[in-house]
Write a protein that binds this ligand. Structure first.
Ligand code: 8YV
Length: 313
């Protein structure tokens, strides 16, 4: 009987093959399909390997009376109702740290792409217009920018370290002041936005950070302001960001995440002051392999009665 439920259409063939080889399994593409599993299958499931951003609720957990662990593929577990899992004695694990470098790299890459207008530069060369004599407009230096990191967690710190190497002045907000190499702490995101040109959002997702980068914060950034987001679309008031971008009240944005992704608000697509990526922050072959291995290691530890590697609750 299946012990493992693999839940997520987003698993790659390689990831599924590794999970499937590990123990008897069943597969569903996502939470909405869980109720359709036969009762016998549901009763034998002890672990869920989860990949996706659909809500996984207490009602779904109740479909599996022997469920003991939900292992999330990803560091962000905002899709999973953690309180519901805890109330049922179900452990949740995630995949922290192994993706910090990739996500931080992408944040810096989007900032450079935005400042140096790299997508338009590529288009100029490809189109033959450069060869035909058209010149490329001067753009904006990235090194030395004044940057505010919103959320100095594991990923935020990697971004700050990188930008410090680019001679940027680092400011940050977080729940409390942290030990840093002299970076400037702000308790208020509005006050920080007034002091910096670039905001990089590296918050956790979920209810408590919803709209944290508010209309007020965006308005405080000013006309040189650039917003970079590699966290969750929910952390920014997306309507307020779009208004500011459309009206030229800020300079631009580099976004890897969106409110209703993968359905991106069409207003973004009309803007030439944004750089858009398909939520690929952790998406290198090397990192995704580490995430998949950590997910499986958590499931195997649980089933062996051993301590979990990266527990959430
Ligand atoms: C996704 C992510 O998990 O780790 C996270 O929180 O957002 C990503 O790494 C990945 O896209 C799979 O859904």
């Amino acid at each position: 009987d299946p012990v493992l439920l693999i839940s997520g259409a987003a698993f790659t063939d390689e990831e599924r093959a590794r999970l499937e080889a590990s123990m008897p399994f069943a597969f569903v593409s996502g939470p909405p399909d869980m109720a359709a599993l036969e009762e016998g299958t549901r009763k034998s499931i002890r672990a869920i390997a989860f990949k996706g951003h659909h809500a996984l609720t207490g009602a779904e957990m109740d479909l599996f009376p022997s469920l003991g662990v939900i292992a999330n593929y990803g560091v962000g577990y905002d899709a999973i109702d953690i309180a519901a899992a805890t109330a049922r004695g179900i452990k949740v694990t995630n995949t922290p740290d192994v993706l910090n470098d990739d996500v931080a790299d992408l944040a810096v890459a989007m900032l450079i792409a935005q400042c140096r207008n790299m997508v338009a530069g590529d288009a100029l060369v490809r189109s033959g217009r450069w060869s035909a004599g058209e010149s490329f407009p001067l753009n904006r230096q990235m090194s030395g920018s004044t940057v505010g990191i919103v959320g100095l967690g594991r990923i935020g710190r990697e971004i700050a370290n990188r930008l410090a190497a680019f001679k940027c002045e680092i400011h940050y907000t977080s729940r409390s002041e942290k030990e840093t190499p002299g970076w400037t702490y702000h308790s208020s995101p509005v006050e920080m936005a007034k002091a910096v040109d670039v905001l990089v959002v590296a918050l956790v997702g979920g209810k408590e950070t919803e709209g944290h980068v508010s209309r007020q914060v965006i308005d405080a950034l000013g006309p040189r302001g650039i917003v970079i987001n590699i966290s969750r679309g929910s952390t920014i008031d997306e309507g307020a960001l779009l208004d500011a971008l459309e009206e030229g009240r800020i300079a631009g944005a580099g976004l890897d995440v969106f409110l209703n992704e993968p359905k991106v608000d069409p207003r973004f697509l009309k803007l030439d002051n944004v750089h858009l990526q398909p939520h690929q922050g952790s998406g290198s072959v090397e990192t995704r392999r580490r995430m998949a291995k950590l997910q499986l290691a958590n499931i195997e530890a649980f089933l062996a009665g051993e301590p979990l590697q990266t527990p959430v609750n």
